[in-house]
Design a protein around this ligand. Structure first.
Ligand SMILES: [Zn+2]
Length: 195
């Protein structure tokens, strides 16, 4: 049977507050945060390769269970090890926009009464699309090490299977395209431009 090792990532991004053990809603809140964190890690690093698995670990604790996210991986599987180490090393410091949405469903804004100035303005306004940004430092190309700050970069699936950070020329050679599930393109400041 394959061996399994475990790396602990944490209960939430390092720079964010998290549910406090012992608080009345702890278990519910902590599981919600851990789930959002796992989802965010998958957005950032891609789905786990075979042999690696992000999971919520509950540890027995004096006050009940303590929840945190970690990655189980097969130490004999190169891709699994690389994924686990990358997630540990580059885990985000902050919730991304999706995770924030997941944790705090926004309340619908009250509708202005018909016929008022507010209603007229509201009918003319189109909400600006939220700018999506890369979380964390701009990565180097995994193939040629060119910094993504030079000409932008793509976080995408490669024709060898795993996801990688790629400069545009390397993406043209090794990538599988731009779009949901295959690659996201960012400019050199980390603003998402496609995908
Ligand atoms: Zn490159």
């Amino acid at each position: 049977m394959a061996r399994t090792e475990h790396l602990t990532i944490g209960p939430s991004p390092a720079g964010e507050d998290c549910a406090q053990v012992g608080s009345p809603d702890y278990a519910k809140q902590a599981r919600k945060e851990c789930t959002a964190f796992v989802n965010q890690l998958r957005r950032q690093f891609g789905e786990e390769p075979d042999g690696a698995s992000l999971r919520i670990k509950s540890n027995p604790h004096d006050f009940g269970s303590y929840y945190e996210v970690g990655v189980d991986y097969d130490p004999d599987d190169e891709a699994a090890v690389a994924y686990a180490l990358k997630v540990e090393r580059e885990a985000p410091e902050e919730w991304d926009a999706e995770a924030q949405k997941e944790l705090k469903p926004p309340r619908p804004a009250p509708k202005p009464r018909p016929g008022t100035v507010g209603a007229v303005l509201a009918s003319k306004q189109k909400p600006a699309p939220a700018e999506k940004r890369w979380i964390g430092p701009i990565p180097n190309c995994d193939f040629c090490q060119t910094s993504g700050t030079v000409g932008g970069f793509i976080d995408g699936k490669t024709n060898q299977g795993p996801w990688a950070h790629m400069c545009r020329p390397c993406h043209a050679k090794h990538g599988l395209g731009i779009g949901r599930g295959v690659g996201q393109e960012y400019d050199r400041t980390g603003v998402k431009v496609a995908g």
